[in-house]
Design a protein around this ligand. Structure first.
Ligand code: ACO
Length: 427
């Protein structure tokens, strides 16, 4: 017999089914609660709310587990690439050699953007934030491919494979263009002989008079960064993508909204916030000890620590922490910020304030240091996160789009404003 949960309201009992996920996660199915009782649930921040059934990514925050389509992140990080993991996330299986080649070829073909978009970069004022540009450009892309962005679900799904490869490919071109536009540098066209990540670095850092030749370790580390960011179940930006998608909006519009969700410092903006914090600590001549005290007193926030879901080590932070050390040592460089980060981590992990609240380093704690070592400027950090997260957003959009009975996302609220009143005088 399947399990049920009893909710007693005003002395009356109501039975609700319990849904069990493939990893044993349990939820009370309250979809009929309001029609049965007139009550709704109140869950600010949705910390206890399952907004969907999904088969893309599994996280066990208590145990520090992250899996894409069943595969542990540690194994993918060791033996897969960003592009193969993107395929896995979007299509549910790791690609065969032939599928990977077709996917790569699609991505390769889509690397450049319509020259009409160049003029759009000119329209942004100097010092525009690259996340604002990225979001605008992702949405604008749809205008160049109206047959893929029709807001007619069947039609948009018909062109899904094309649109997915196009977005994965063009997001990195647009990211590199936004960096170069901000610096007043000429755009660099993609090279067909380069793989995804190397091509991005080429478009960022090559000059008409000098080709940028990144070393293999740098390319590998950046590819790893992208792979580790490729999906993370129902976080703020992905939920935003799903919410927009639930209205029937096309993939381009939904992903553009995801970029905005990611921008904030409590989400994707945290990687830049970590480096800013470490730089400040360094400037103050602190090794992190004074900062920890301030964080415990509520006067500062230890950026890159804590997570809504992980109440244990974020497995991505462990992998990235090692990658930063590797890249820096291969480059023969030392970064004083890394020493501060390690000291902060060691202190926090032994401090009751952080232990009691289950605050561990999250992926952003080390990702900023890696990007900094590669030469990515601070205001591009969140853009890098967005490039990585595109496959997850695409997969989640598709899950919403193919659902047979997708309801529009429309939460309710408890109104706490003024009761009905009449104006004494309308001016
Ligand atoms: N530094 C110091 N104290 C913290 C931190 C932190 N980084 N994070 C949480 N706390 C404390 C809070 O002050 C609160 O303490 P209290 O119980 O005494 O009031 C307690 O821990 C719980 O914190 P909440 O903010 O309620 O936890 P929530 O789950 O809502 O927030 C979040 C999670 C937003 C990630 C938070 O930990 C945070 O702000 N961290 C820093 C920003 C960051 O690194 N964001 C990246 C997240 S990962 C990602 O998006 C890829």
């Amino acid at each position: 017999m399947s399990e049920t949960a009893t909710i007693i309201i005003e002395g009356k009992s109501y039975e609700y089914p319990v849904i069990v996920g493939s990893e044993g996660e349990k939820a009370v199915d309250t979809r009929n609660l309001r029609s049965d009782t007139g009550y709704i649930t109140y869950d600010e921040g949705f910390a206890n709310t399952g907004s969907c059934l999904s088969n893309i990514t599994f996280i066990d925050g208590e145990k520090g587990i992250l899996r894409y389509r069943g595969y542990p992140i540690e194994q993918l990080a060791k033996s897969s690439s960003f592009i193969s993991s993107a395929y896995l996330i979007i299509y549910g299986e790791l690609p065969t050699a032939q599928q990977r080649e077709v996917f790569r070829e699609r991505i390769r073909r889509e690397a450049s953007v319509n020259t009409g978009m160049n003029a759009m970069f000119d329209g942004f004022p100097a010092r525009s934030h690259p996340m604002a540009i990225l979001s605008a450009m992702m949405n604008s892309l749809g205008c160049y491919y109206p047959h893929m962005a029709s807001n007619n679900r069947e039609q948009d799904l018909e062109h899904f494979d094309e649109a997915a490869a196009l977005l994965i490919s063009k997001v990195r071109t647009i990211a590199a263009m936004s960096y170069r536009a901000e610096k007043g540098l000429p755009f660099v066209w993609p090279r067909p002989d380069l793989r995804y990540t190397a091509n991005f670095l080429h478009m960022m850092f090559s000059e008409p008079y000098a080709t940028y030749e990144p070393d293999e370790d740098t390319v590998e580390a950046l590819d790893l960064f992208l792979l580790l960011h490729a999906d993370h179940e129902q976080n703020c930006s992905t939920s935003t993508v799903r919410m927009v998608a639930s209205s029937g909006a096309n993939l381009f519009a939904s992903v553009s909204a995801g970029v905005c969700g990611l921008w904030g410092p409590l989400h994707g903006g945290a990687n830049a916030a970590v480096v800013k914090m470490l730089t400040e600590i360094h400037k103050d001549g602190d090794d992190g000890s004074r900062f920890i005290v301030a964080a415990k007193e509520g006067k500062a926030r230890l950026m890159g620590f804590g997570h809504r879901v992980y109440k244990n080590f974020d497995p991505r932070a462990k992998i990235l922490g090692k990658a930063v050390e590797r890249v820096l040592s291969n480059m023969g460089r030392k970064d004083p910020l890394l020493d501060i980060a390690k000291h902060l981590e060691a202190t926090a992990l032994n401090d009751p304030y952080f232990i009691d609240r289950k605050l561990y380093p999250n992926v952003d704690f080390y990702s900023g240091l890696l990007l900094r070592a590669i030469g990515i400027p601070l205001d591009m950090f969140t853009v890098m996160f967005a490039i990585g997260r595109i496959p997850g957003w695409i997969a989640n959009w598709r899950e919403v789009a193919i659902a047979p009975k997708q309801k529009i996302y429309r939460p309710r609220q408890i109104f706490i404003g003024p009761e009905k009143r009449d104006p004494e005088e309308i001016s």
